[in-house]
Design a protein around this ligand. Sequence first.
Ligand code: NAD
Length: 264
Amino acid sequence: MGLLEGKRALITGVANERSIAYGIAKAFRREGAELAFTYAIEKLRPKVEEIAHQLGSRLVMKCDVTSDEDIKNVIQTLEKEWGFLDILVHSIAYAPKEEFKGGVIDTSREGFKIAMDVSVYSLIALTREALPLMEGREGSIITLSYYGAEKVVPHYNVMGIAKAALESTVRYLAYDIAKKGHRINAISAGPVKTLAAYSITGFHLLMEHTTKVNPFGRPITIEDVGDTAVFLCSHWARGITGEVIHVDNGYHIMGVFGREEDIK
Ligand code: NAD
């Protein structure tokens, strides 16, 4: 029997087969969960429908997280179709491309607002709306963060600030939803070549460096992230909430920029 047998999960943030959310969805399906998906814009619908179909789901809904109406519609549809929800995966972030070019000092007011709204407030809004559907269940929520929340990663800029806010949001929400018996955690994933990652100036260098320096000397895959998400959403993780779990092959534990063989 799979670890998520009998559970129903809403997966946001799938854009294509490279998306971290796709890695999570695949792992959830393997473990027996039933899935529903959202897409942000019409252009993404066919791909998300194809992926949903592949993973045995026919529930695909539009949800631009800057729209309260879209969020409400998704929850209403889930209420009608499923009646309850066990898992919410928030795998969404966005800032205009220009914000990744210079430094934080160049951040525009509008870029800051957009980054915080799409990448942080959306977690609060989705969690609040999803709560009634989790009533009486052991609900679990997952969001995606990155090391740039903790340390300066050149060009990550306003998204680093947004991820720091996101990790703090996870702790505050963890406190709020614990009253209902639910949990929320963040996975801080190592760099993965996805659509979102391509916006970041010099991402390939970041990827190269991280892969070389982490103790395993290999890149993180969406399957690595998916398997951790399964654990966090399973009953086995019932004592873990408000946590930020690094799935980065140990990159964040390193105190020097190189492995033994490189610094001899
Ligand atoms: P991705 O481009 O595949 O996914 C990002 C998703 O955000 C897309 O599906 C996009 O449609 C969605 N999105 C953007 N604006 C939206 C809006 N207004 N409403 C609804 N959805 C919207 O890239 P990804 O790397 O899989 O990103 C998923 C999450 O993982 C993000 O939070 C990202 O910051 C985080 N993350 C990525 C990496 C990496 O290196 N790729 C590392 C750590 C964390």
